[in-house]
Design a protein. Sequence first.
Length: 107
Amino acid sequence: MKPLVTAAALITAALIMSVGLNLRQAGRLSTLAQQLADTEQQRDQARRDTKQLRVRQADLVRRLQAAEQTAAAERHRSEQALAAESRWAAQPLPDALRRALNAKEKP
């Protein structure tokens, strides 16, 4: 049990014994102590969930950044390959190859 819940239970028991609360008041006090315990458990669970979500978010951010870097590198490689291919295609054919192609085309 959490310290606060334990303290609430002890206070409840002490009040019932020392003040002489009637059963209705004691039941209400007990209900409030249980609600306090439930609230603490919910708060603790919310903290754990929040921590897990932060870890997951950080992981997703790292993955996204890695994917963006990979895409940028791939885009750069593609652009370089296209530029190299364009330079190669823009060069004139060697004379021997041009003559051979021209000879094939003539009947």
